[in-house]
Write a protein that binds this ligand. Structure first.
Ligand code: GNR
Ligand code: NI
Length: 170
């Protein structure tokens, strides 16, 4: 097992559009190991989701666990949102934008089709926090961050705040 470094805003690599995972790749030990390392990194952070883009792997997969007890790991490969309905506002955070939280409006309920870690096709209809998290992670795969939903002025304030925090940490 290994902890993976997480890219942070405004790193331009976070803007990369990820490409689909090949179905033959899923069974490879290196890919399965990467999934385990992503869970370890996510749980340690701690976070409720981690997209491959955040660890500088620009392929379409992510890991999630929104359960209280951290015992419901979900691997989502090549996700497609088939249906969206309603709206919800949630105060989001992101491991790539540490210490920043802001309200984002997203669909309340989504139907998502994806491959699981065995390469089997699954379809789920989800709402609430899990729906928020899946939409947040798919945004990462498309090079999008939750701060992109804020005004340019607020995003610039976020960038400066992070730069200042890094300077003080150095
Ligand atoms: O840990 C995380 N918490 C969170 C809270 C509200 C909305 C989305 C998230 S995802 C985030 C982890 C992360 O950055 N995933 O990309
Ligand atoms: Ni994030």
């Amino acid at each position: 097992m290994a902890m993976l470094p997480i890219l942070e805003f405004p790193d331009p690599r976070l803007r990369t559009k990820a490409v689909p995972v090949g179905s033959a790749q899923i069974a490879e030990p290196a890919f399965q190991q990467l999934l385990d390392d992503m869970f370890e990194t996510m749980y340690a952070a701690p976070g409720i989701g981690l997209a491959a883009s955040q660890i500088d792997v620009h392929q379409r997969f992510l890991v999630i666990d929104v359960s209280e007890e951290k015992n419901q790991p979900l691997v989502v490969i090549n996700p497609e949102i088939l249906e969206k309905s309603g709206e919800q506002v949630y105060q989001e955070g992101c491991l790539s934008v540490p210490g920043i939280f802001a309200d984002v409006t997203r669909a309340n309920e989504i139907t998502v089709r994806f491959l699981d870690r065995k390469g089997q096709t699954r379809e789920m209809r989800v709402d609430g926090l899990l729906a928020v998290c899946i939409q947040h992670e798919i945004d990462h795969l498309d090079g999008k961050l939750f701060v992109d939903y804020l005004s340019a002025l607020k995003r610039e304030m976020v960038r400066k705040k992070l730069a200042k925090m890094r300077k003080h940490a150095a």
